[in-house]
Design a protein around this ligand. Structure first.
Ligand code: AMP
Ligand code: MG
Ligand code: MG
Length: 307
């Protein structure tokens, strides 16, 4: 069964297992206490957990899909990967779904997998552990088609319940291991960055006249708030986010009926040669039909500053 399932489903199945394994690495590094922090740039950190989780995911997926392009946030590494970080078993449930017709015969050369091994690093180093996600996005011919979001610390403060969760979405199938909720009708709640704000980011938020602003870390976590019905929109009027931040969340959100684009309303391209930076900002709504309405409230001078 596994070998005969379409490539897209096999990649999602393998990514579910790899994301959970990476999440365990993220927790193990934190428990050991030595985060090995490196400053990659201004306000941009990398820890041992980012590096090791990426080696786990890329090592595991490239072993199974050698001709798929995999682009990870932390670049390439020639270090040897411990054998117990390489996982090649697949989540069997996802293989049971009917693959959307247009992706039934996709070949490895048409696929790019975007990996953010630890989204929300800044929050991870500050102990805001529920902001952290592991993101694996699957793009086919430049379009974000499937995503896996693993939250390694989900429920970490609640005794006796399973720690962590993994959810997925595939356009044309829907979401798995998760039931999306709609946000309340009588309010406008916007989620945005807590560690990368600028005057333009603030101006965009004010233009939307929100009832409430929720500042949390990570693109994955903010899209989870949309999926959980806790916020109506995710608005970030700045460059800084990268394709590995948005590929998985965008695909899951679209599969759930939402929409994520840049500030011009255009979808990002996820081809292997695309620039990595989401230089035109991130603009997402929980409900796709809200997207245009919210976007129209953004003044042109803010939109035009993102190009
Ligand atoms: P945030 O909403 O600030 O948590 O950012 C979401 C994702 O985009 C995280 O992976 C951040 O590291 C990244 N990001 C956003 N803005 C910047 C920036 N100015 N510099 C570096 N990374 C950024
Ligand atoms: Mg990130
Ligand atoms: Mg990251």
């Amino acid at each position: 069964m596994a070998q005969s399932a379409p490539l897209l489903l096999r990649i999602v199945g393998a990514s579910l297992t790899a994301a959970s394994r990476a999440g365990k690495i993220v927790r193990d590094v934190m428990s050991k206490g030595d985060l090995g922090i490196i400053e990659k740039g201004k306000n941009d950190l990398q820890t041992e957990a980012d590096r090791s989780a990426q080696q786990c995911i890329i090592g595991s997926l490239s072993k199974q899909f050698p001709n798929v392009t995999i682009i990870g946030e932390e670049g390439t590494s020639s270090c040897e990967v411990p054998s117990d970080w390489i996982v090649v078993d697949t989540d069997p449930d996802v293989l049971q779904y009917d693959c959307p017709v247009e992706y039934q015969y996709t070949s490895e050369k048409d696929v790019v997998v975007w990996v953010d091994p630890l989204d929300g690093t800044s929050e991870y180093t500050q102990g805001l552990l529920d902001h952290v996600t592991v993101l694996i996005g699957v793009a086919i011919q430049g379009k974000a088609v499937a995503g896996i979001i693993h939250q390694p610390y989900y429920n970490y403060k609640v005794a006796g319940v399973p720690l962590g969760r993994t959810l997925w979405g595939i356009i044309g199938i829907g979401t798995g291991d998760f039931k999306p909720m709609l946000p309340p009708k009588d309010k406008k709640i916007i989620t945005t960055t807590r560690s990368h704000s600028t005057p333009v980011v603030q101006a965009a938020l004010q233009a939307l006249k929100p009832d409430e602003i929720i500042k949390v870390g990570g693109a994955g976590h903010k899209v989870l708030l949309l999926l959980e019905g806790k916020a109506h929109a995710y608005v970030f009027a700045s460059a800084g986010c990268k394709r590995w931040d948005t590929c998985a969340p965008e695909a899951v959100l679209h599969a759930a009926g939402g929409k994520l684009t840049d500030f011009h309303g255009d979808f990002y391209n996820y081809d292997k040669n695309t620039p990595h930076e989401n230089s035109k900002g991130v603009f997402a709504t929980a409900i796709a039909s809200d997207h245009d309405i919210y976007l129209k409230a953004i003044p042109n001078e803010i939109r035009n500053s993102l190009s």
